[in-house]
Design a protein around this ligand. Structure first.
Ligand code: DSN
Length: 416
């Protein structure tokens, strides 16, 4: 098969081909990554990329939007069905844009945000100081205890002191179920809006494998590419018509211009995948695989934060080790296993070094790997960590990893 891009731009084509090889040969265990369907990629590469469609279905600022209208309405209807909610905006270009729109819609500059501390597993856009969310608003944080869990009584105390306008719940590195009902009680106690960012757990939520943020949250955001395994992008959902109107204005014309109609089409295809009967099976497997990973790492003597996992990720702490998260990330990378360094509760090292790693199961589960493979992988991870400076062993494991990966090839060509 030959591609236009191969002739027109061989430099870029070569990088794309090499990325295909990397994705096939390595074990992708970054908790926020996944492998999307070829059908999703086909929608992203379609002629819809040529269309301007500012506005919303039936209310556009440009002509010729009849197909864009159809695509966007299908995406909206499907995501509302998935989350069992009334209103959705599928235009956010990313999760950060979605979160920015929530604040722009519901807050005034310098209003108070209460979100989870970045170093405890929160996200930059939950009020972190280097992010717009920590610059344009007064931001305050809650965190986890040394056992790696949120203490909801403490969050209540902080909320009573801070009196935030909005409480953000949801995390990027938290292995335990988030209790949205408890967050609702806290929000009600202080008269705050409850905003749930379910980007990491959305694929589990829509399968009934994690508590839903509805009916508790006033507004919910997600990305579409993490556990949902769709195209890279964001979405915002609510049951409140007034909030929905404000969100729509905040996205366009507030923050964004023309929607990415090709990506919205790809989101619709992804949502169809999430609505299929096999999705529930996938979500169950994601959890079972992450649990096996945690179980083996604990048995091999590693300090798994909170002792295990309720979702798709495992956080491992090296606070009691000589080596750092950065060292572990590099050693595992040399063995063909891709993870990311991550801060852990009680962190003593800098965010660039860290004392932990975050390991996720969604991508390899999409490749068809099950608990048998995860048990093998977890043992290889422990072998690497037990021998952090043994580069010959890392190279040997890399070959074994390649062998395993070759039995679970997900894409047979670089472009769909
Ligand atoms: N970068 C994502 C993650 O890795 O969790 C969050 O946006």
């Amino acid at each position: 098969m030959s591609y236009e891009i191969e002739k027109f731009d061989p430099e870029i084509f070569e990088a794309i081909e090499k990325e295909l090889t990397r994705q096939n040969d390595h074990l992708e265990m970054i908790a926020s990554e996944n492998f999307t369907l070829p059908a999703v990629m086909e929608a992203m590469g379609s002629v819809l990329t040529n269309k301007y469609a500012e506005g919303y279905p039936g209310k556009r600022y440009y002509g010729g939007c009849e197909n864009a209208d159809k695509v966007e309405q299908i995406a909206i209807d499907r995501v509302c069905k998935l989350f069992d909610c009334k209103f959705a905006n599928v235009q956010p270009h990313s999760g950060s844009q979605a979160n920015g729109a929530v604040y722009a819609a519901l807050l005034k500059p310098y209003d108070k945000i209460l979100g989870m501390d970045l170093s405890h597993g929160g996200h930059l856009t939950h009020g972190s100081k280097p992010s717009f969310s920590g610059k344009n608003y007064q931001s305050f944080t809650y965190g986890v205890e040394l056992d790696g869990r949120i203490n909801y009584d403490k969050v209540m105390e902080i909320a009573k002191t801070v009196q935030p306008k909005i409480i953000v719940c949801g995390a990027s590195a938290y292995a335990r179920e988030i209790d949205f009902k408890k967050f609702r009680e806290i929000a009600d106690e202080v008269g705050a809006i409850l905003f749930a960012d379910v980007a990491h757990i959305a694929g589990l939520v829509v399968a009934g494998e994690h508590m839903s943020p509805f009916p508790y949250a006033d507004v919910v955001t997600t990305t579409t590419h993490k556990t949902l395994a769709g195209p890279r992008g964001g979405a915002i959902m609510t049951n409140d018509e007034d909030i929905a109107k404000k969100i729509n204005s905040a996205i366009f014309p507030g923050l964004q211009g023309g929607p990415l109609v090709h990506v919205i089409a790809a989101k619709a295809v992804g949502f169809k995948h999430n609505l299929s009967p096999e999705w529930k099976e996938y979500a169950k497997n994601v959890k079972a695989n992450a649990s096996k990973l945690a179980e083996v790492l604990v048995a091999r003597g590693y300090d798994v934060v909170s002792g295990g996992t309720d979702n798709h990720l495992v956080l491992v702490s090296f606070l009691n080790k000589e080596f750092s998260g950065k060292d572990a990330d590099a050693a595992l990378g040399a063995a063909g296993i891709t993870v990311n360094k991550n801060t852990v509760p009680g962190e003593t090292r800098s965010p660039f070094v860290t004392s932990g790693i975050r390991i996720g199961s969604p991508a390899l589960t999409s490749r068809g790997m099950g608990v048998k493979e995860f048990e093998w992988i977890a043992n290889k991870i422990a072998d690497v960590l037990d021998n952090i400076n043994d580069s010959a062993l890392h190279a040997k494991i890399k070959e074994e990893v390649k062998e395993l990966a070759s039995n679970f090839i997900i894409y047979d060509k670089p472009i769909y």
